[in-house]
Design a protein around this ligand. Structure first.
Ligand SMILES: Nc1nc2c(ncn2[C@@H]2O[C@H](COP(=O)(O)OP(=O)(O)OP(=O)(O)O)[C@@H](O)[C@H]2O)c(=O)[nH]1
Length: 310
């Protein structure tokens, strides 16, 4: 069999910082796909942790574990994780043989939470590129905790890491603001939800940030960062709460369009195309639903603004 099509199929590479909700998303997406009659399986590419991920069909820990690498090579957790990914990169025949036995399955790759893997380290993009060469059409699903929206400085840094992840990973890409049900847990939003999901005119965010005396002296830096993000014009987000199945379906419909699943040669059907058409509501409508459900409606008072900034 020609190497290029040993896997012919579709899947998602679920990436994002530690604790952003990747494993929770992968399990919920697996359940949703299964309930829709799509054959799916979880591939755990995180070598860390004592316990095996529930429901994972393949796990990198079968090949090597973080703890053994740490003790044998006397590395810290970060160095050991990068070693594990480089080891996988040079032993991809192991992954190929494991995946080949499940050909035709929709693969959900649960990736580790090390940010450098997505912003500058070459191992993960190289692994994903190889999967693509084997015929697997992947979409990167990048999760970021939505509570960063409540802090303008952190939101600018989230925009920067999301952009560099998109450029580094080089796959069809969907950014997700996860844990929307907890969005205002650490503070209130300065703007409506769609301002954050659509990444609108960032000068308002810079103005808001630099009304804080601490950030005023860095105004020029923030303006330049905002300019880079706006010039690329690539970063937008889809809101997700794992407790809200509709939002998960919205993510799936966007991912299916990005990866080409809905037009794909494997399961081309009127049903697939119709499901995309039904999902093609205005993105704004779903964001508005989150706004109404999870965000305080009362406008902020001047005292609240000041106390947030002090
Ligand atoms: N309320 C709420 N909690 C969530 C949601 N998604 C994930 N969580 C919680 O967030 C925590 C972290 O989720 P994980 O799925 O372990 O995150 P992860 O990105 O896989 O973490 P690492 O493996 O450390 O990189 C868990 O306690 C989840 O239950 C959500 O949509 N809403």
């Amino acid at each position: 069999m020609a190497e290029e099509c040993v896997l012919a199929g579709f899947g998602q590479a679920v990436i994002g910082p530690p604790g952003s909700g990747k494993s929770t998303y992968v399990r919920a997406m697996h359940a949703l796909l299964t309930s829709m009659g799509r054959k799916a399986c979880i591939i755990n590419l995180d070598p860390a942790g004592e316990e095996e991920e529930p429901g994972a069909a393949v796990s990198l820990r079968e090949l090597l574990g973080l703890e053994e690498v740490m003790s044998e090579l006397r590395l810290g957790p970060n160095g050991a994780l990068l070693y594990c990914m480089e080891y996988l990169q040079t032993n991809l025949d192991w992954l190929q043989s494991r995946l080949q036995s499940m050909r035709g399955t929709y693969f959900l790759f649960d990736c580790p939470g090390q940010v450098e893997l997505y912003t500058h380290h070459p191992a993960l993009p190289s692994i994903l590129r190889r999967l693509g060469e084997w015929g697997l059409r992947l979409c990167a699903v990048h999760l970021v905790d939505s509570h960063y929206c409540t802090d303008p400085a952190k939101f600018i840094s989230v925009l920067c890491t999301s952009l560099s992840t998109m450029l580094h990973v080089e796959l069809p890409h969907v950014n997700i603001l996860s844990k929307m049900d907890l969005i205002e847990q650490y503070g209130r939003l300065a703007f409506n939800m769609d301002y954050y999901t659509e990444v609108m005119d960032l000068s308002y965010l810079v103005d808001h940030l630099t009304s804080d005396p601490f950030f005023r002296r860095h105004r020029r830096l923030h303006e330049k960062l905002a300019e880079v993000i706006e010039d690329y014009g690539l970063v937008t987000f889809i809101p997700l709460s794992i407790k809200d199945e509709q939002s998960l379906q919205k993510v799936l419909s966007t991912v299916d369009k990005a990866s080409g699943f809905c037009y794909g040669d494997q399961q081309r059907s009127l049903g697939n195309l119709m499901s995309v058409a039904v999902g093609a509501d205005f993105h704004f409508a779903s964001t508005l639903a989150f706004q109404e459900k999870y965000v305080e409606q009362e406008p902020r008072t001047v005292e609240e603004e000041n106390s947030d900034l002090s």
